[in-house]
Design a protein around this ligand. Structure first.
Ligand code: SF4
Length: 311
């Protein structure tokens, strides 16, 4: 009998934006006087939040919760101009860990809004990234979550419409929503390159190409991690059983009897030690063999924000 196998699919885990955001937080904790505050989750991952909180980073939900004159860190998901203004009004020293891919979407929204366009923003309206981007031009941005919403949306001038998207969406679902908008608004302006970032696209491609070779896919990521949830959907759409797993201990409760080949990957904000701890747990459950499968090679890294570069 063949040994039960884990296929660890890459790319998995940290993307360039998360890597940078975590490094920014770690540098701040090392060199800035405490307390240092972080507005909302720096990235959507429970283990990272717990680790950074343990080292002294104070997470808050609103600028109003931060004492005047303190240091605040803006998360990888970005913030709206209203949040920046509120921070300034409290004389906060703001360090910005917004992912450059998210910043690019902010810039585009501002540009189109200044030209009088209505901007469709494909994304999840409760997600921090979408709240921040929409806040660039609240009167001009229409958030569209589904094809049905794209069919129902109305605009003041159908000749001046543009579309942007959240960076961590499903490539396939976004294409369907975009097709509806294109059909309804032939003069729709679209970004030269998709707003869905390289890390989201690569991880989805890796799962899509591997799903047919495994009996079950485990995706390691937080419940509120958009890109991790999309990976589960990609596997399911390929006809493969898939589960989002938030901690290594959870694998013991999964229905893996009869699974001979197990796919394993991790969302863009999952630390590598969660992956290795999960592999150890799975080995103890009888998955003796580990196979590494790299579908797409990644080598992107971002520089730290200017204020931290010499630290
Ligand atoms: S998932 Fe993409 S947009 Fe989000 S932090 Fe990573 S690289 Fe940036």
């Amino acid at each position: 009998m063949n040994p039960r196998t884990i296929v660890l699919v890459s790319p998995h885990g940290f993307c360039a934006g998360v890597e940078r955001a975590v490094e920014v937080a770690e540098t701040l904790l090392r060199v800035y006087p405490k307390p240092v505050y972080c507005l909302r989750e720096i990235v959507h991952n429970t283990q990272i939040i717990r680790d950074l909180a343990g080292r002294g980073l104070i997470f808050v939900d609103a600028v109003a919760d931060i004492p005047e004159g303190s240091t605040v860190l803006f998360s990888a998901h970005g913030v709206s101009p209203a949040v920046r203004a509120a921070a300034e009004a409290r004389r906060l020293a703001a360090i910005d860990a917004t992912c450059p891919f998210v910043t690019k979407v902010h810039t585009e929204v501002k540009r189109y809004a200044a030209q009088g366009y209505t901007i469709f923003l494909i994304g999840h309206r409760a997600h921090d990234e979408v709240i921040g981007v929409a806040g660039e031009a609240p009167d001009r941005v229409i958030v569209v979550e589904t094809e049905a919403e794209a069919r129902a949306a109305t605009v003041p001038d159908s000749a001046r419409v543009a579309v942007m998207s959240q960076t961590t969406l499903s490539v396939d679902e976004t294409a369907r929503v975009l097709a509806v908008l294109r059909e309804r608004f032939p003069r729709l302006r679209t970004p030269a390159e998709s707003d869905i970032c390289y890390a989201t696209r690569n991880r989805q491609q890796a799962v899509r190409e591997t799903a047919h070779c495994v009996d079950h896919f485990i995706i390691l990521g937080a419940r509120n991690s958009s890109n991790s949830n999309r990976l589960v959907e990609v596997a399911l759409a390929e006809g493969c059983a898939a589960t989002l797993v938030t901690t290594p201990a959870e694998v013991s409760a999964l229905p893996l009897t009869g699974v001979a080949t197990l796919g394993l990957t991790a969302g863009a904000s999952t630390p590598e030690y969660v992956v290795t701890d999960t592999i150890d747990r799975l080995k103890a459950l009888g998955f003796e063999r580990l196979e590494l499968l790299e579908v797409v090679k990644e080598d992107l890294h971002f520089a730290l924000p200017r204020e931290l570069k010499r630290e």
